[in-house]
Design a binder for this molecule. Structure first.
Ligand code: G6P
Length: 620
């Protein structure tokens, strides 16, 4: 969500901080700020700007403000509109304490009122400014930095990662973590602080992820780490995964396009990785990583999937995998809803948190809720090995998609599908529903589908760029329809269009058309219909297409080879080679993403960083 980048060392910090913030742009933001202890005047010097990072950079261009310790922030507004005043850093009354913050402080208003009554002057509408003033008053009360931090965290509710830069402590950054991730990069005589190791991973791969409820005093050559009772903690640094080293766009115009084309490789790597855990002839460590015993696997009666956004769509599709292949009843929950519903701890069940980032606040809180109320095994299916969900769940399944930078998820979604398909097959093998040989064939089916994912883009590329994107980018609204396994896929497709093109898109299960949405059919609202490869359901899909055409609707179909009836009804048909019926979404995915991408490109939109969106939603 918000981005944090800070530096302390022997070099001038501004370059590193701004470059770091640039790499965090994918998280989405609306304003940015930079602050350092000016190397000449030894006081805090800052600059803030509304809008993209380039505005802040232009503002700083030519200015002498730089120092050997500094930090920057990209803000995604939660409290107070996006403007310069609300941008971070925020300060105490004397402007000698600067703070940047990722997260949300709950009930900050009560603290703010008390501080105001005590004479503190506030300038912004943010929760963050309260932290600076509260810290100012606690430092005055305790005359001791660590005591003041202890008192501060005892008063703050919510989720936060904070970095303080203080004139009185010019040789250290103060980093605090409560329910919001933050990482220190350990260099040679220099340290970095960031919300994502991508900020510095080309300079140092040695990192310390702050444990939850801890704070660190970070100097250029040392780190002291404490829990919230001020007990010293051991520094457990580790090497950041090589996959997380910043590689840029590799010649692609946008990260989204790069990531669309990376899907085949990402799935291949992911499946190879899972197979490597099966270790030929060795003890099977696949289930160990998931934190499950073979007994638990064989007796599994219910799978619960909890997630948000695109990950929820992947889980809705995976429900068909688990129920069809492994014959295990599967329930799919939106994390933001799950948390406030009654909790029924089913016996012989498992909770799988599906999350690209492993940090989404609602999903994380859902995980914590399950853990606090039951002994049901919890598993994180994520793309981020260092994530909080991996640390807090009983087991994990790690996709090998590599960093996904574009806000709109593409390769993480397809890797989630491949991972959950693989898991369904593994479960079927353990339950005696599938032989090892059939499992091997299933993996081949999966790879065939990913091959098609890529080749279909090539087949339709020119047509999309030259004709289809210019034509369809002129419509104001779309209806998306799908049925059975194609319905959650249609949901994801509509979301993708909304995210990157800002075009309104409504999605329905096509069987529901006649129960209301059919009133919307006209020739100004293209209907995008996704087919299936199940004969019985296909007939129903054709009937739904006829309903659209009978009302003179404009119909675009994603159909499969040989589905002539459907193809003939369409105003435009993408025709895709046949795959296994459960793999229909994977086969259609590349084409759908490319189509949507080109529409957004046609409209000249900031595809990788759509307005208002954040990649990693670490606030509730
Ligand atoms: C944000 C992102 C989406 C993502 C969702 C869940 O909304 O913009 O692309 O699907 O969060 O994120 P997660 O990391 O938990 O999969």
């Amino acid at each position: 969500m918000c981005g944090i980048a800070a530096y302390i060392g022997k070099k001038k910090c501004r370059k590193y901080v701004l470059e770091g913030l640039q790499r965090l742009e994918y998280r989405g933001y609306d304003s940015a700020g930079f602050v350092c202890i000016d190397s000449q005047h030894k006081h805090l010097s800052f600059s803030k700007a509304k809008g993209r990072l380039s505005v802040l950079k232009d503002q700083l261009n030519g200015s002498p403000h730089d120092g050997f310790i500094g930090m920057g922030h990209t803000r995604w507004a939660t409290h107070g509109v996006a403007n310069e005043v609300n941008a971070h850093p925020h300060f105490d009354c004397k402007k000698s304490i600067a703070v940047i913050h990722n997260g949300i402080i709950e009930r900050y208003d009560e603290i703010r009122k008390k501080l105001k009554a005590a004479g503190h002057e506030f300038y912004s509408d943010t929760d963050t400014e309260t932290i600076a003033h509260l810290f100012e008053s606690l430092l005055a009360e305790h005359h001791d930095l660590k005591q003041a931090i202890k008192a501060l965290v005892s008063q703050l509710e919510g989720a936060y990662s904070l970095v303080f830069l203080m004139e009185d402590y010019p040789e250290q950054l103060i980093v605090v973590r409560h329910r919001s991730p933050v990482v220190v990069g350990i260099g040679e005589g220099e340290m970095f602080v960031a919300s994502d190791p991508l900020v510095f991973s080309d300079i140092t791969q040695k990192v310390l992820f702050l444990p939850d409820d801890s704070f660190a005093l970070v100097k250029e050559d040392s780190i002291s780490l404490y829990d919230f009772s001020n007990n010293p903690l051991k520094i457990e640094s580790r090497e950041v995964d090589a996959r997380y080293i910043h590689t840029g766009k590799s010649g692609f115009e946008h990260y989204m396009l790069k990531e669309i084309y990376e899907q085949k490789l990402a799935i291949d790597k992911t499946i190879r990785f899972y197979n490597s855990l099966n270790g030929e002839g060795l003890e099977d460590s696949f289930w160990d990583q998931l934190g499950l015993t073979l007994g638990q696997v064989k007796n599994l009666k219910t799978i619960n999937l909890v997630c948000a956004g695109t990950s929820w769509h992947a889980a809705r599709i995976a429900q068909f995998f688990f129920e069809t292949i492994a014959k295990i009843q599967t329930k799919v929950y939106l994390a933001s809803e799950f948390r406030y519903m009654p909790f029924f701890p089913d016996e012989n069940s498992v909770y799988i948190m599906v999350s690209q980032s492993g940090e989404t606040a609602d999903t994380l809180e859902a995980l914590r809720l399950v853990k606090s109320k039951s002994n049901i095994p919890t598993i994180a299916l994520t793309n981020t090995p260092s994530s909080t969900m991996v640390r807090e769940s009983d087991g994990f399944l790690l996709m090998q998609a590599g960093p996904e930078i574009a806000v709109a998820s593409t390769k993480a979604f397809s890797c989630q599908l491949a991972s959950l398909y693989y898991l369904a097959c593994k479960l079927a093998v353990e339950k005696g529903l599938m032989s090892e040989e059939q499992m091997r064939i299933s993996q081949e089916d999966l790879l065939v589908a990913t091959e098609i994912l890529e080749t279909t883009i090539e087949t339709y590329k020119d047509e999309i760029i030259k004709h289809l994107a210019p034509r369809y980018s002129s419509f104001d609204r779309f209806i998306f329809l799908g049925r059975h396994i194609s319905y959650p896929f249609a949901l994801e497709s509509a979301l993708k269009l909304k995210e990157v093109s800002y075009i309104f898109a409504q999605c329905y299960p096509s069987g529901e058309l006649k129960h209301g949405p059919i009133a919307l059919i006209d020739n100004k609202t293209p209907v995008i219909l996704f087919s299936v490869l199940d004969d019985v359901i296909y007939d129903k899909v054709v009937a739904n297409a006829q309903e659209v055409k009978a009302r003179l609707g404009h119909l675009v179909v994603f159909a499969f080879d040989g589905q002539e009836e459907l193809i003939n009804l369409a105003d435009y048909a993408f025709i895709i080679p046949k795959v296994k019926p459960l793999l229909v979404p994977l086969a259609m995915i590349g084409l759908m993403q490319f189509f949507v991408y080109q529409i957004a490109k046609e409209l000249g939109l900031p595809i990788d960083k759509p307005r208002n969106l954040a990649k990693s939603v670490t606030v509730e």
